[in-house]
Every structure is written in C-alpha cells, then in structure tokens.
Design a protein around this ligand. Structure first.
Ligand SMILES: NC(=O)c1ccc[n+]([C@@H]2O[C@H](COP(=O)([O-])OP(=O)(O)OC[C@H]3O[C@@H](n4cnc5c(N)ncnc54)[C@H](OP(=O)(O)O)[C@@H]3O)[C@@H](O)[C@H]2O)c1
Length: 289
C-alpha cells in the first residue's frame, strides 16, 4: 500500500486531500500541530472514507525539534514513503508584528519555508525507497499581485523593515517555489519528483482566525463568493500525488485546473535560486540540521 504524508491535514484543503487520497487506496498520515484537532480530523477522515488506513502524527512545522520528533515517529512506523505534501501554512492575516517560532525565527518564514525544507531533507531516505517518490509544495495565486517580489536576502524575518503579514506570507511562498525547482533538479537521478501547486482563492473558515477584524471578515465573505471549495482545490493535490502519467514530471508549477503555469521571472532565475537556497542553508546550519 502506498503512503502519503500531508501536513496540516486536519483542516481545509489538506483535510479534503487526505480524504481523496485515502479513497484512492493510499495510507494517509496527517501531520497536525494540535493533538485534539488531529485526532478529531483523523476520526472524521476514517468515517468518511470507511477505512482505518489513516494515521496522524504531531508536527509543528515552525519547530525543528517537533519536526525531528515527528520524523523519528514516522521512521519507526514506516520504511517507505511515496508522497509528501507540504500543505500546512501560517497565514494569520490579523498579525501586526512578527511572532517568533520556538527556534526564535519569524514564524511565517519558519513554518512555510524552513519547515518544509527540513522535513523534506529528513524524509528523503524514505522517499528514495519508493518506486517513485513525490514531493508537493504549496504556493499561492496571490503571488501574481506581487510580480516583482523578491526574497529579502538581508532581512527575510522583517527585523529591520516594517512587518507586513502579506509580504511575509508571499515571500515564504516564493521561496517554496524556488526550493521546489532546486529540489526537482537535485532529485532527478533518484526517481523523486517535486512540483508546486498554485492554490487559488479557496473558501476558508474565517472563524479559525479569532483576531481578524470585522472589516476583514466582511472582505473575506465577499471574496468567498468567487472562491472555490477546499474539496475542489484538493483534486489538484490528489492528481499530482497519484496520477501515473506524472511519474516523470518534475519542477513544474500547477494551477487548480491542473495546468502548468509560470511563476515570476525572478523565481525562475538560477542565480536567484542559488541565493535563496544559500540563505536557507544559513538557517539550517544555525539550527544544526
Ligand atoms: N485558502 C486560500 O484561499 C489559499 C490561497 C492560497 C494558498 N493557500 C495555501 O493552501 C494551503 C492550505 O490552506 P487552507 O486554505 O486549507 O487553510 P487552513 O484550513 O487554515 O489550513 C491550514 C493548515 O495548516 C496548519 N498549520 C498552520 N501552522 C502550522 C504549523 N506551524 N505546524 C503544523 N501545521 C500548521 C493548520 O493547523 P491548525 O488547525 O492547527 O491551525 C491547518 O491544518 C496553505 O499552504 C495555504 O497557504 C490557501
């Protein structure tokens, strides 16, 4: 039985993808940072899919120690991994200033970019044992609003510039796209593919963000009229995770219609990718990864 890990599998698109992939006969491991929410989602997914082939592991993508602990647990339970989906993300739009992760790093940068890099590196040995391993990263269609956005190599954590939650979020997603391109290139010989998904506007449960202002709630309500459902978006996750025709497709960026789209000129430039990965490795060295 093939195995798939989805971080943030207790909510939204991640939960819907967990349901769909389990229905396709995969054993799904949902990674959740909160035990109660994880267990609740696990029971829901089991019930909906009528299968017991679902597990959960506690993982806080903002914490290196939590990732290491989760990887140890996964390795103790499984020898092979076929699909890794980096769905979890921090995008609390009510945030007004940087919040630090347990490792003392700005949380959006830590959760959305560094966490997936660390988790991928730690699980590569299991993915390499798969007949064909797949890594899926998640970016956002919102990036088209920021065509000139760059990863700030001098200050990715907004220590010396004004914090903007949108910029921090899109910077982390931009870094994920660039990481995916580099991973795809590096894993060419190992039968592991890496692709990134450009998630469009998807209905979210705004009540998950209690600090959001009444105005922003209204904006979201308006926006949700043109949003697709999490279930609909998850179909792209599922297709990229399991479609046999994609076994040799790597280093691509897909939209919700399963079409290849282009990311920004900046993100495609090899020198820029080198720079972002060098910066990423400075963090990994600091964290002893
Ligand atoms: N919804 C959209 O319109 C939209 C647009 C563009 C991109 N995206 C991307 O799509 C993906 C899924 O988003 P969604 O709409 O399904 O949102 P969601 O329902 O809020 O799900 C986010 C998930 O990430 C988890 N998470 C957050 N921080 C975490 C951490 N430090 N460690 C582990 N898990 C963590 C959350 O767990 P908790 O339940 O514990 O909070 C939740 O399970 C994200 O990557 C997001 O950036 C969404």
């Amino acid at each position: 039985m093939k195995k798939c890990i989805i971080t943030g599998g207790n909510s939204g698109i991640g939960k819907q993808a967990a349901i769909q992939i389990a229905q396709k006969g995969y054993r799904v491991i949902i990674g959740c940072r909160n035990e109660e929410r994880g267990k609740q989602a696990l029971e829901e997914i089991k019930k909906l899919t009528d299968t017991n082939d679902v597990e959960f592991v506690i993982i806080d993508m903002a914490s290196k120690n939590s990732i290491v602990k989760a990887v140890d647990e996964i390795k103790a339970r499984h020898e092979v991994l076929d699909v890794l989906i980096h769905n979890a993300a921090d995008f609390d739009i009510s945030r007004k200033k940087p919040v630090l992760s347990p490792d003392g790093i700005e949380t959006i940068w830590a959760t959305n970019h560094l966490g997936p890099v660390i988790l991928t590196a730690s699980l590569l040995p299991l993915l390499q044992k798969s007949v064909q391993g797949r890594v899926l990263t998640i970016a956002s269609k919102g990036l088209v609003m920021y065509p000139n956005l760059k990863v700030d190599l001098d200050d990715p954590e907004f220590k010396h510039r004004k914090f903007s939650v949108a910029k921090a979020y899109y910077q982390s997603k931009l870094a994920q796209i660039m990481f995916t391109y580099r991973l795809a290139e590096k894993q060419k010989e190992n039968n592991i593919t890496a692709n990134c998904i450009r998630v469009t506007n998807v209905k979210i449960d705004i009540n998950r963000y209690p600090n959001v202002s009444a105005f922003m709630k209204w904006v979201y309500k308006l926006k949700s009229k043109s949003s697709i459902s999490a279930e609909e978006m998850a179909k792209t996750y599922t297709w990229l995770a399991i479609a046999p025709e994609l076994c040799n497709v790597s280093g691509k960026y897909y939209n919700e219609k399963n079409k290849v789209v282009s990311s920004s000129k900046y993100s495609l430039d090899e020198k820029n990718i080198d720079d972002v990965m060098k910066l990423t490795h400075v963090y990994l060295d600091k964290l002893n990864c």
